[in-house]
Unconditional design. Structure first.
Length: 497
């Protein structure tokens, strides 16, 4: 079936009228399965007006009532979990179990946001001076925009809008045009949960749509996850206009393997971390740092496992890794593999050799493994965002830590070791926002916060947890006195006496 996707505005489907369209593909077969409209300026302005009008009443809705909507939304996601995962698999290509797991990680943030009455409680101090009290409150911003990436069409939007809505904001989601249908389903579930029309809207589009959203004066905050160049663009464009911006970018996550680490645990963790979701994760491990003499053992153990990866369509329960998102991205990853060969890295396993009978037109690349990669190579410096793992050999812990810290990205990093001293020193000294000790993918749970360092983030606003509550609210502090009688004018700076 060829599906015609629509915007979702003011509680109902809104067909696109711009005439600009994009194609949606099934990555496993390479076939176009739908088309998605790209919103123009008129459609953007209309949607923002709807969201602005809906904001006033929603902001005045008691936090407990807002939480009840999210409780119902949570229940509906649980009931529709398999259906949401099937949509993700059909448009992104990742295997069904991975798609389902990603929705559950997003659901954690919904569950966190259900506690918003407690999270929005302010502070009160009685008698900061004689007869004067002071208290602080958090108030919503207004219309907020979320721009989410193709690799997690449910999880990343769920990192954004549940907290924004819980805090009393209205929200416009611009999902990736490559796999847009999940956003529409989430919008329908919010409507079913009782969210008033216009509080949550979905606009599809491209860069032109994004820029139009950011530039609109009624948009108060922009939340973005994607590549570093686009994150930098979004942050620069939003911040210069005085808007709040969460702009999370790319990654080159390192996993340091110390000589005392159990090699079986390391290789098992690396396989999932490097090749899960075909490497299309911002927290995927793309560099294994072999310390001391562990390099030969590591590569020897990894080689047969990478070769035996079960590559296939995401709907096949036997598949361990599905296709990449588009033909263009497949070609880009294959080009990086060729670059690595030309730069002199040792290609231990070549994923370009994969060809699946019956899926010859699919966007498949098998798992690839490079050894003896050095920091001057492009395959080390740049984010590949595919199933390519590079092994870099370092003589000792200090040189390994320096390697990680010298890289331009600082999203996540991990160390595998039995040595508590090494683990503690790594945790304290590594220049990354999220750190794992014997945990390959250290994505924080919903009651902490997600974000990197260096060129993996622009600005200092992390996602979800209390960082999300702070981002989607403004702090206001009130100082009050109820005087008795008339006071004489005081021209000095007020002080506490």
């Amino acid at each position: 079936m060829f599906k015609k996707i629509t915007h979702f505005v003011n509680g109902k489907e809104m067909p696109g009228k711009s005439g600009r369209l994009g194609k949606v593909y099934n990555p496993a077969t390479g076939e176009a399965t739908g088309q998605v409209p790209f919103a123009n300026q008129k459609e953007v302005n209309f949607t923002i007006e709807i969201a602005e009008n809906a904001f006033s009443e929603w902001a005045q809705t008691p936090p407990l009532q807002r939480a009840r909507v999210l409780f119902r939304f949570r229940e509906l996601i649980e009931k529709q979990l398999d259906d949401i995962a099937k949509i993700i698999t059909s448009e992104h290509g990742k295997i069904f179990s991975d798609a389902k797991g990603s929705v559950l990680r997003g659901l954690e943030v919904v569950e966190f946001a259900c506690g918003i009455p407690q999270l929005l409680k302010g502070d009160f101090t009685e008698n900061i001076s004689k007869g004067i009290d002071s208290y602080s409150i958090r108030q919503p911003l207004g219309v907020c925009v979320g721009i989410s990436p193709f690799n997690f069409p449910a999880m990343v939007p769920l990192w954004m809008f549940p907290i924004a809505l819980a805090c009393g904001n209205s929200f416009i989601l611009k999902p990736s045009e490559k796999d847009p249908s999940t956003a529409s389903m989430l919008a329908e579930l919010l409507k079913e949960a009782g969210l008033p029309a216009g509080v949550f809207n979905v606009l599809h589009g491209d860069k032109r749509t994004v820029d139009t959203l950011i530039q609109h004066p009624e948009v108060q905050a922009v939340s973005f996850v994607g590549s570093t160049p686009v994150a930098e663009h979004v942050y620069a464009k939003a911040s210069v206009l005085g808007k709040r911006a969460q702009a999370l970018g790319g990654a080159k996550n390192h996993l340091v393997i110390m000589p005392d680490a159990p090699i079986d645990n390391v290789t098992s963790s690396l396989m999932g971390a490097a090749y899960g979701s075909a490497g299309e994760r911002c927290m995927a491990v793309s560099v294994a740092v072999a310390v001391g003499d562990v390099g030969d053992k590591l590569v020897k153990a990894l080689k047969p496992l990478v070769k035996k990866l079960k590559i296939g369509p995401g709907k096949d329960p036997n598949s361990e890794m599905g296709p990449l998102i588009t033909a263009e991205h497949r070609d880009r990853v294959q080009n990086y593999i060729e670059v690595g060969v030309q730069e002199g890295a040792e290609l231990v396993v070549d994923g370009r050799e994969v060809l699946l009978q019956g899926y010859e037109s699919g966007f498949f690349v098998g798992g690839s493994l490079f050894d003896r990669v050095n920091p001057e190579m492009r395959i080390y410096k740049e984010e590949i965002f595919g199933p390519v793992l590079s092994v870099v050999r370092m003589p000792d812990f200090d040189s390994a830590l320096k390697l990680v810290n010298d890289h331009q990205f600082g999203n996540g990093a991990a160390i595998f070791t039995r040595d508590g001293d090494a683990a503690r020193e790594f945790g304290e000294g590594v220049a990354s926002g999220m750190v794992g000790v014997n945990v390959a993918i250290p994505v924080p749970t919903a009651f902490h916060s997600f974000g990197g360092w260096k060129k993996s983030i622009f600005g200092n606003n992390y996602m979800y947890g209390m960082e999300g509550v702070r981002f989607f609210t403004r702090l206001k502090t009130l100082t009050s006195r109820w005087p008795k009688g008339v006071r004489e004018p005081n021209f000095a700076m007020p002080t506490i006496r």
